[in-house]
Ligand binder design. Structure first.
Ligand code: PHE
Length: 339
């Protein structure tokens, strides 16, 4: 009986050896080697199971069988080790090849850039107004006198034109660099019937002397909402909502009366950081003047609307603590990289 058990065990060991050697030949990478090790040589592997079975043999047979199994284990371990080392070397070579850096290739690595703060702020503001239901549209930077002034209720000799010192295009009496984004109001209303609810970002140009808060080139965003029943309350609500969204709760705003030929009544909005003594004018606003609505064939009895135009640079200066508008255009890379 005991002999039968010994023979059976040795037979099993023989089979295991054959099968294991066959599988060893088929291995092709270190991962498969590891799987092989677990299957045959691991703590719960096939050899461990055979060694476990030795316990039932009488002591004198146990020793011989144990020696045979241990030899088998050593042989398989050594063989596996040999293959492991071989695959590890091949895999390392492949990895180095894949990671190789050819230092003879031309070019110098470049740091990725970022959007200019003015672009970032413009996008941030556009997003706020899009969430409030406005649609983004744009218009030309070179405008006609008609769109920049006349259609906005400023005929040729209107004194209010002096508010906007303009760059005219040489040789074209009627063309100028737009002094504000308001002409796009007219362009949009000519093309559409109410309701009109648009946000218009863009560059503007004025012959202003450059100082800490004025630049001859700057950016505005214009809002226009025309529909039945739009009131001053819509205007104030919209402005307060976006100011809180953009600046957060540490800022406050105040409305001050103003005059624009194309709005009636008109007002301007000042903002400051709470506690700061200095208010900064950030936008002009008002209810669209009936004369402007008539100019685009909207019936002022039926439709009303509000408009406001804000200065992007000033918004950015307040929010990000930039105290000189010229900083935006000097292109000092240390400033640009800060944002
Ligand atoms: N266009 C005006 C400016 O540039 C601002 C404004 C826009 C005022 C819309 C009222 C309504 O000063």
């Amino acid at each position: 009986m005991a002999t039968m058990q010994l023979d059976g065990l040795l037979q099993k060991a023989k089979e295991l050896e054959q099968q294991a050697l066959q599988e060893l030949q088929a291995l092709s990478n270190t991962k498969l080697c590891e799987e092989f090790r677990i299957k045959y040589l691991g703590r719960k592997g096939q050899l461990a199971q055979l060694l476990d079975a030795l316990k039932v043999l009488p002591p004198q047979e146990r020793a011989a069988a144990g020696r045979a199994l241990n030899l088998l284990k050593e042989m398989l371990t050594a063989e596996l080790e040999r293959r492991m080392v071989e695959f590890a070397r091949l895999e390392e070579e492949a990895r180095l090849r894949a990671e190789a850096l050819d230092v003879t290739l031309p070019g110098r690595p470049q740091k990725l850039g970022s959007l200019h703060l003015i672009t970032q702020v413009t996008k941030e503001l556009e997003d706020i107004f899009v969430r409030l239901g406005f649609e983004v549209v744009t218009g030309p930077e070179v405008e006609t006198d008609y769109y920049n002034f006349e259609a906005l209720n400023m005929p040729k000799d209107h004194p209010a034109r002096d508010e906007w010192d303009s760059f005219y295009i040489e040789g074209f009496e009627d063309l100028l660099l737009r002094t504000h984004t308001s002409p796009v109001q007219i362009r949009v209303m000519q093309e559409r019937r109410p309701p009109v609810k648009v946000v218009v970002p863009g560059k503007c140009f004025r012959r202003d002397a450059t100082d800490a808060t004025h630049s001859p080139v700057f950016h505005q965003i214009e809002m226009l909402w025309v529909d039945k029943g739009i009131t001053l309350a819509h205007l104030k609500g919209t402005i307060l909502a976006f100011i809180e969204e953009f600046f957060g709760k540490n800022f406050e705003a105040r409305f001050v009366g103003d005059y624009f030929p194309f709005t009636e009544p008109s007002l301007q909005v000042h903002v400051r950081r709470k506690g700061s003594p200095r208010w900064l004018e950030i936008l002009g606003a008002g209810m669209v003047d009936p004369a402007v609505l008539q100019e685009v064939d909207y019936d002022p009895e039926e439709y009303t609307g509000f408009a406001f135009g804000l200065g992007v640079e000033r918004m950015a200066m307040l929010k990000y603590g930039v105290d000189d508008i010229r900083t935006f255009y000097q292109n000092d890379i240390r400033f640009i990289e800060t944002f």
